[in-house]
Design a binder for this molecule. Structure first.
Ligand code: ADP
Ligand code: MG
Length: 899
């Protein structure tokens, strides 16, 4: 037995346990042994029962002397009275209470000895512990595993008690050769090798040993992560890049013409970037700076360096509005220098389209390099006969899987209701809907929209971290719902129909192997021809697959090659090729339109996935990449998630900025804010009113938005208001922003579509409704839209939520406008979850180390890894051979998520 042995192969583990473990993603010996304890209880000696409340949870041992079950209305309360084993005159019994937990009364009985863990509270004369974690001491042969030692307590698991889990791990540790689990550490990280580390972390002999072994294992974990990052850097610097050797004349002209001087921070950062641009190896740099710190100006100067050297540069923004704004800013500043700039976004090239919300238009030419479509007309025909049996022949009838594994890939089929036949337009919408969430919530590897059903291969992405810092993935069910409701809505709109277009989805297959994957991939891509919906030589436009696919020899590979060839063919220097291309993510999929791309600037990185960045840099020669983010990133995270990037920070604001004052408001104090708002509008200022529709595609009730809007119009009479949200069609959206920018409208009632980057200095008030629903960083981002001119600005956070955590969160904003402080606080309050999931970074998952608590260890590990690879980039020296495994693993794991 070794670490990769499947638990199933171990006959002594009962089948139901295997299934319960699998639900946790634990299938191999390694998974179980790295299922680390969440905490420990020192069961060598217990402290006395407390006489009063305790601040922290305590671990106590006592005898159950009485139990009772009470009912209050619908509530059931189970109480167990616990007495200290060596009770004396002063001891006071402790009451443990559980509410509405039916099973607990079956577990606990008078006469038992119980270990509990929880916070003691005083309730009148009684001392109580509500919902303690508890374990009954049973006198079996396993008692030595569970008691009279420092006992591990594992993350709570459904279907597996602490006792069972502990027993399994104990037994496994006896059987497996734990020495092989040790991750190698260089001497500089000290501690030497500890072959027994894994045993000690589960069953430590003393607190001291536990501390030592934890450090050892965390360092191992961190060092592995940093080795992978460092190796990526080595690899990157060895790639052929573009050397932009210029005298910086264009950039100089541009800066000289600005109506302001660069701040010192801007100047410093620009120097750092220029230094990288001059080198032959590709730049990979993160530019961070608070909202309004002037990153765009720096980016433009960098772009001009690339342009002067004869390369093309691309500037990418996450939204249509931002891309338009960048385009306008660039034209304004660079037209006088005679620079050719092009705007390439889906919507601009494709007017009066049914779904302007989509950044990627499947039926435009722009998003096309990876779409195998040429022809147009396909007569709608049926794949299936009416007879349901025929359906079964194509896919099985299983429903969605009842458990989902991290990074699992599924083949899913959704049929239309009553076998309704989708028109060509509707099929395009469906393909768009699938692609809309692609690289945001999931990755789609292949899809085909047939006349009455759709097949696709999908891999859900991490959604957030739950309160125990576990990564939670998008549930398949939720994803299906999004795709279905999104497309139903749009189809109904163009066809004037109603109701859902879809029936229940069918989960076709859970992809278990590469072979599985290839098979399904090909099946999907060939389906229209195989099933006779399309003739052999006919094209079927509603088939889609990802480019740059690892699976060589697939139909798709050819597409990638062809498009590269086409891209080369268009590389002619003439006076019509744009020198700068501005656009949305859609640019990433447009190999063909780039010619000699030398620098790519990605604005507001956190909306771009790591995968997208990788996609961009996959071309040869590798363009320089500058990633800009307005969400300041806590330092530990820049060492990890962005560890392969160099970091430049603008830590200074331009002078002459008005102050931003932030107020928290109760919903019933709204009147005050409105009075104030009217005063500001009267003085000629403008305002944003933000209401929280976080996921518009699903939650926007057009009626509610309209009502909201009407109400504001009344409140602000006679000032002019306009409404902006994700469903407003794109040309209208531009027009609305244009009128607002020009001061023709006074207040913009909007969802978060204005979130990033919008720059209108005359807006001095922002009112955010239901502020509690936003994250701190998002609120900070939103607030960054004001305070851009010389006037003092005001941000009103309206919330009727009185929960202390909410108040604490919002109070942070009242206190500071420093993005780094806010980022740290945000991180503190809710973990790195959707700020920047490490899971999405493709780095190995951290099972033991805590990015915040162990930041110092991370720094140490990083230094060691960088030094090691600097000395010996190829790990060729004999003494470094042992580290190779750390990096090789990366090829298999990391890139599989990124490519
Ligand atoms: P960011 O992208 O970092 O949020 P922008 O680049 O959009 O910030 O800059 C915000 C505003 O500040 C723009 O109107 C820009 O013209 C202006 N600005 C940039 N740098 C300076 C500076 N050094 N002094 C004064 N204003 C500046
Ligand atoms: Mg910006």
């Amino acid at each position: 037995m070794d670490l990769d042995t499947a638990l199933e192969e171990l006959s002594w583990i009962p089948r139901p346990r295997i299934l319960a473990l699998r639900r946790l993603g634990i299938t191999r010996v390694r998974d179980l042994l790295t299922h680390y304890p969440r905490r420990y209880e020192n069961r060598l000696e217990f402290s006395c029962f407390p006489r009063d409340e305790t601040v922290d949870p305590v671990c106590l041992c006592g005898d159950v002397v009485k139990t009772r079950l009470m009912r209050f209305g619908g509530r059931r309360i189970f109480e167990a009275v616990l007495e200290e084993s060596s009770a004396h005159a002063l001891s006071q019994p402790l009451i443990c209470r559980w509410f509405n937990l039916h099973y607990i009364q079956k577990v606990i009985a008078t006469g038992q000895r119980l270990i509990i863990f929880g916070r003691v509270k005083r309730k009148g004369l009684r001392l109580v512990v509500d919902h303690p974690e508890c374990e009954v001491i049973e006198d079996d042969e396993e008692i030595l595993i569970h008691f009279r030692r420092i006992t591990p307590i594992y993350p709570a698991t459904e279907g597996l008690s602490q006792r069972v889990l502990r027993g399994l791990i104990f037994r496994l540790l006896e059987q497996v050769d734990v020495a092989s689990t040790d991750l190698p550490l260089p001497d500089s990280l000290g501690n030497g090798d500890d072959e027994d580390a894994l045993r000690k972390i589960h069953f430590p002999e003393s607190d001291e040993q536990l501390r030592e072994v934890r450090v050892r294992l965390v360092l191992g974990e961190f060092f592995r992560m940093q080795m992978q990052i460092a190796a990526a850097r080595v690899e990157n610097s060895a790639r052929a890049g573009c050397r932009h050797q210029t005298r910086g004349l264009l950039a100089g002209k541009f800066i000289a013409a600005l109506p302001f001087d660069l701040t010192r921070a801007q100047q410093r950062v620009l120097n750092e970037i220029q230094h990288d641009l001059h080198l032959a190896s590709p730049m990979n740099r993160l530019l961070q700076g608070d909202v309004g710190s002037g990153k765009t100006v720096v980016a433009i100067a960098a772009i001009l360096v690339a342009v002067e050297s004869g390369s093309q540069a691309a500037l990418m923004a996450p939204t249509q509005i931002l891309a338009e704004q960048h385009y306008a800013v660039l034209r304004n500043w660079l037209d006088p220098l005679g620079i050719r700039i092009a705007l390439r976004t889906g919507a601009r090239q494709e007017d009066n389209t049914p779904l302007p919300l989509f950044a990627l238009r499947a039926n435009s030419d722009s998003g096309s390099a990876r779409v195998s479509r040429v022809g147009n007309g396909v007569t709608p025909s049926r794949t299936f006969s009416e007879d349901a049996e025929a359906v079964g022949a194509h896919y099985s009838k299983r429903r969605l899987p009842h458990f989902e594994k991290p990074w699992a890939i599924y083949a899913v089929t959704i049929g239309t209701r009553k076998r309704r036949c989708l028109s060509p337009k509707a099929r395009t919408i469906v393909l768009d809907a699938l692609r809309y969430f692609h690289n945001k919530r999931y990755e789609v590897f292949a899809a085909c929209v047939m006349p009455d059903h759709v097949h696709f291969l999908i891999q859900p992405w991490p959604k957030e971290n739950d309160d125990k810092r576990n990564v939670v993935f998008w549930p398949l069910k939720e994803l299906m719902h999004s795709i279905k409701s999104f497309s139903s809505h749009a189809i109904n709109r163009i066809e004037g129909s109603r109701g859902s277009v879809w029936e229940q989805e069918r989960f076709d297959r859970y992809i278990r192997s590469d072979r599985d994957l290839t098979e399904k991939f090909e099946y999907i891509l060939r389906n229209p021809w195989k099933s006779g919906v399309a003739q052999q030589n006919e094209n079927y436009p509603w088939v889609w697959a990802q480019e740059n696919d690892r699976r060589k020899g697939s139909a798709f590979r050819r597409d990638a090659e062809t498009s590269t060839r086409d891209a080369r063919a268009t590389q002619t220097e003439d006076n019509t090729t744009p020198q700068i291309i501005v656009g949305t993510h859609a640019l990433l999929y447009e190999n063909v339109t780039f010619s000699n791309l030398g620098l790519a600037v990605i604005d507001e990185q956190h909306k771009f996935g790591v995968a997208q960045r990788a996609k961009l840099t996959a071309r040869e020669p590798a363009p320089d990449v500058l990633v800009m983010t307005a969400t300041p990133i806590p330092r530990t995270l820049t060492m990890t998630v962005y560890g392969d990037l160099e970091v430049s920070t603008i830590d200074e604001m331009p002078r002459g900025r008005g102050e931003i004052i932030t107020h928290l408001l109760n919903a019933d104090q709204l009147g005050e804010a409105i009075t104030f708002l009217r005063e500001q509008l009267t003085a000629g200022r403008q305002a944003y009113i933000i209401y929280p529709l976080i996921d518009e595609s699903e939650k926007l009730d057009a009626k509610a938005a309209a009502k909201e809007f009407e109400q504001w119009q009344e409140r602000l009479e006679p000032f002019r208001c306009e409404l902006l949200h994700g469903r407003v069609v794109s040309p209208d959206k531009q027009a609305i922003m244009q009128r607002f920018r020009a001061g023709e409208t006074h207040a913009l009632i909007s969802t978060t579509v204005i979130e990033v980057g919008v720059d209108i200095p005359n807006v001095t008030v922002m009112l955010i409704e239901n502020a509690e629903r936003f994250g701190l960083s998002q609120l900070h981002q939103l607030r960054g839209r004001i305070g851009r001119g010389a006037h003092t600005s005001h941000c009103w956070l309206v919330s009727s939520d009185k929960i202390p955590e909410t108040m604490m969160k919002l109070a942070v904003l009242e206190k500071t406008t420093n993005g780094f402080e806010i980022a740290e606080a945000d991180w503190e309050l809710r973990g790195p979850g959707d700020l920047l999931g490490t899971a999405q970074s493709g780095l190995p998952e951290l099972k033991l180390g805590d990015l915040r608590r162990d930041a110092a260890l991370m720094r140490k590990a990083r230094r060691a890894a960088l030094e090691l690879l600097e000395d010996d980039p190829g790990l060729d020296r004999p003494e470094n051979q042992r580290f190779r495994s750390l990096i090789v693993e990366r090829q298999g794991q990391t890139f599989s998520h990124v490519s």
